[in-house]
Design a protein around this ligand. Sequence first.
Ligand SMILES: Cc1ncc(COP(=O)(O)O)c(C=O)c1O
Length: 366
Amino acid sequence: MTRIPMAQPSWDDDMRKAALQTLDSLHWVKGPEGKAFGKEFSEYCGAVQGTPCQSGSVALWGALRLLGIGPGDEVLVPSLTYIATATCVSLVGATPVFVDVEPEYWCVDPASLEAKRTTNTKAVIAVHLFGQMSDDVIVDWCRQHDIAYIEDAAQAHGAVSTNGIKAGGVGDVACFSFFPSKNLAVGGEGGMMMTRRQDLAARMDALVNHGRDARLESHELGSNLRMSEVSAAIGRVQLQRLEGWLGRRRNIAARYHQAFSKLPGIELPEVRPGTEHAWHQYCLLAQEPDNLRSALDAADIDSRVYYATPCHRQEVYATHFQHDEIFPVTDSIAHRLVAVPIFHQMTDKQIERVIQAVVKASHQGE
Ligand SMILES: Cc1ncc(COP(=O)(O)O)c(C=O)c1O
């Protein structure tokens, strides 16, 4: 019996061909593939422009630079997220101000924002956690207070919000990661900045290229954040497959939902009504996470806890003013969110093995 991993990158003949053709063309950087990938993915998301870059972390840094956020500014971020959501704020010299998440959907809780708003608040980074769209109410709240809305869509390729807009097309700027475990990957590290604002589009392309124009004059601080042409060529082929892959992920999630709906000691991930989840992760809220994980391990199935230590409690934020603040929801669920394998290549047999292992483990705890 082979072990079931958490994720598996996709690689096929079309991707291999695209990569080799790009290498053979000797056009390895700043070429047509990156331009086409940015255009095609932003069109898919319903945004005005996409600019490929080297990672999701870099995309977040770029988003903050684009919006002119820096020292003295505050950015509201959830503490239940990957650390890059917070550290990008620190890296531009601004202060991440942590907020709690919703008890049902685990994304930024709109009700937690107002108490943390000050005259220095310049943006919210809403993380579409595990592929679940954040509440669109936050978009309106941001508009009302002239605060920028940044989507951390690193885990949400293909998720759809309540008003039918895809992740990436909702915020002032959106940021994607193409890390190999993500719903869409590029054969290495990769990310994309995306915007629906015409006024940010041209600067976004310049930012990944030292803020330079066609005459090679630098107008603002940027760096070399460009994605390689080979990666972009692979990403373009993966994009053609994305909707099919999402269909399979949704099908697996539906089967898990049905099988796990009445298990003792386990709560299911809820889907925000009117949205479509991208199921980057399928997390169970377990009463006894260690027992569940040991049982999965014994059945040769990988699992993860997301995120055992919330960002504000990490050592990197030891001197942050909120290091000891209690966030009732985040603190009570962070260490109990157990992700089980979900990826489009999973076979029916593998899905069945995960189901049986979870069902057995939950009854052992009774
Ligand atoms: C929510 C979130 N934000 C940001 C990132 C950073 O992306 P990358 O690893 O491509 O830098 C990730 C990646 O795991 C993520 O999950």
